[in-house]
Design a protein around this ligand. Sequence first.
Ligand SMILES: Nc1nc2c(ncn2[C@@H]2O[C@H](COP(=O)(O)OP(=O)(O)OP(=O)(O)O)[C@@H](O)[C@H]2O)c(=O)[nH]1
Ligand SMILES: [Mg+2]
Length: 230
Amino acid sequence: MLLNWAYLQSRVCTLLKNNTNFLPIGLLRWKTTKKAMAKSKFEYVREFETDDRCLLNCWIVVRIDGKKFHTFSDKHKFSKPNDERALDLMSHAGLAVMKEFNSIVLGYGESDEYSFVFKRNTEVYNRRASKIISYVCSAFTANYVFHWSKYFPDQLMLYPPMFDARLVLYPTDTNLRDYLSWRQADTHINNLYNTCFWALINHGGLTNIQVSQSKRLGNFFSPSLGPFPT
Ligand SMILES: Nc1nc2c(ncn2[C@@H]2O[C@H](COP(=O)(O)OP(=O)(O)OP(=O)(O)O)[C@@H](O)[C@H]2O)c(=O)[nH]1
Ligand SMILES: [Mg+2]
């Protein structure tokens, strides 16, 4: 049946190509219907769509972040504080996004998040925010899931991970640099905290609760425990 339909279509095309005066009545009717549909009384609903074109001459930054990765990392037995397989998979997905969008000039990732900086004069998707956010987020998520088994050959993916995404515009170079410094400071603070936290549990013999209840992690580090891990 499918084959016949394809055959008929190709026959019609050949006839049209060879004879410009020939227009089968069926095709004519189909064409008119399509045109009429495009201009239907329902067309007005398009007016409800908002123009979300990003302001010109601004850096466009999209940041994706894993949904409830605290739970996802526990269920999938990520090692603490940093799981190299998980970080490599994030970087693989990040790189795939950068290959997909030529106008991304910088990517920066930590933990379950990744930031992508588009060059300020990019015309990608006519700078439409919703298109950019949704494509980046779905490209990242799809790649994360698609390449999971390469990085976690012995760990089945138990449920689909999700990522949110936001788009922010930075009008000056200083703003962009400060944004990146902000994310970098976050990496540094979180890593220092997590490294100390898990060192106290794994090597200091303390419980999760004991460490959590302490106001200052530094209080725990005594000569017997050795210096702060670096
Ligand atoms: N063990 C382990 N956990 C990680 C690793 N990378 C990320 N995580 C977890 O992912 C969390 C990411 O932090 P958030 O994004 O603030 O928390 P979240 O649980 O994802 O919550 P929402 O983003 O608000 O949905 C961390 O707190 C860790 O629990 C890793 O390499 N190892
Ligand atoms: Mg998260």
